[in-house]
Design a protein around this ligand. Structure first.
Ligand code: NAD
Ligand code: TYD
Length: 348
């Protein structure tokens, strides 16, 4: 039986990846390692927690002794690394945490994998999940390709870029077999309500203002999270060692257009008067160093590996909104406690 370590499996994207792998590969042992920060939640995995090929380990990737012991204990065949601090606004107020988890934590995993596998790298794989934000910001046209030079602008994207460089350095220097994918903005079930879409769904639900940064004309390329999990599965099993794959939704929206679409759907779902949610829109001070536009050219993964998004955006958005409206306990649980302080500091 193969054993795969998935880090950050209690988080937003990680939980969808863990679910896909546990259900699709019953003969593979999946070990989910997560520190359970504010963003990690075992509720996200309730439906698969009793499966015989699933194990949860609570721990911190920054703790090298713990990581070395874990690699010793399980003798992993592969790693899919998603654990990270992932929110740009938090990286602006607390950059050190991002350097620790995203850079030092990734280094600890790479080093442990290299030490465990160095006698025989055959059949082993370190798969690093990264972001399109490492490429910086686009003007009004053009797309990010796998060959686009790195130009990270925020502490978050700089820490992810640094971790990507360490992965390639371990491949180049020690022959560690690796793959990297860089994905655009994800949306879907179980995303912590600090990111744009779940934050605004929750605020509309509670009749709270919708804080739009700057002029709202910033552009993001949105992908449904389950399609990202499918892409990770495709790359992990069929990608080329040492290669990079850009993953995106071919789905660009300015923030303000997306928010208006979201408001319209929410009015219908909540049985509110048309236009009432949009009245909550409030333009607020811009995010410092706010990247203007991200857009992925995902043709490589499409032509080489046959992956493409399966869901239209409005369909995915409706599914997402339905999930949040049907899981208000989940939302209320994650927004109690620490979230209140975060919200107060960020949007006071
Ligand atoms: P998330 O913040 O929802 O989840 C991160 C998970 O990592 C949480 O479960 C958290 O508890 C865990 N974690 C954090 N620090 C840890 C530590 N020191 N040790 C062990 N576990 C720790 O993040 P997400 O949105 O699911 O993103 C997952 C990965 O995908 C990240 O690497 C992120 O950079 C990347 N990514 C995210 C997006 C997006 O739109 N969300 C897009 C592209 C790439
Ligand atoms: P976010 O979900 O934080 O993802 P990222 O910054 O990684 O792309 O933000 C998506 C876009 O929405 C980004 O342009 C910033 C903007 N935004 C707001 O206008 N208001 C908000 O309260 C938040 C959280 C984001």
């Amino acid at each position: 039986m193969k054993t795969i370590l998935i880090t950050g499996g209690a988080g937003f994207i990680g939980s969808h990846v863990v679910r896909l792998f546990v259900n699709k590969y019953p003969d593979t042992q999946i070990v989910n390692l997560d520190k359970l920060t504010y963003a990690g939640n075992l509720e996200n995995l309730k439906d698969i927690q009793d499966k015989s090929n699933y194990i949860f380990e609570k721990g911190d990737i920054v703790d090298s002794n713990f990581i070395n012991d874990l690699f010793d204990k399980y003798q992993f065949d592969g790693v899919i690394h998603l654990a990270a601090e992932s929110h740009v606004d938090r990286s602006i107020s607390n950059p050190l945490e991002f350097i620790q988890t995203n850079v030092v934590g990734t280094f600890n995993l790479l080093h442990a994998a290299k030490n465990l596998w160095s006698k025989n790298f055959n059949g082993k794989l370190f798969y690093h999940v990264s972001t399109d934000e490492v490429y910086g910001s686009l003007g009004t046209d053009g797309f990010f390709l796998e060959t686009t030079p790195y130009d990270p602008q925020s502490p978050y994207s700089s820490s992810k870029a640094s971790s990507d460089h360490f992965v390639r350095a371990y491949g180049n220097t020690y022959s560690l077999p690796f793959m990297i994918s860089n994905c655009s903005n994800n949306y879907g079930e179980n995303q912590f309500p600090e990111k744009l879409i779940p934050l605004f769904i929750n605020n509309i639900r509670n009749n709270k203002s919708l804080p739009v940064y700057g002029d709202g004309l910033f552009t993001r390329d949105w992908l449904y999270v389950v399609d990202h999990a499918r892409a990770i599965d495709t790359v992990f099993h069929n990608g080329k060692i040492g290669d990079t794959y850009n993953i995106g939704g071919f789905n660009e929206w300015t923030n303000i257009d997306l928010i208006k679409l979201l408001c319209g759907i929410m009015d219908e779902k909540l049985g509110r008067q048309k236009g009432s949610s949009a009245q909550l829109i409030t333009f607020v001070k811009d995010r410092p160093g706010h990247d203007k536009r991200y857009a992925i050219d995902a043709s490589k993964i499409k032509t080489e590996l046959g992956w493409e998004p399966s869901l239209q955006f409005t369909e995915g958005l409706e599914k997402t909104i339905d999930w949040y409206l049907n899981n208000q306990d989940w939302l209320d649980n994650v927004t109690s406690g620490e979230y209140q302080n975060y919200y107060q500091n960020q949007y006071q």
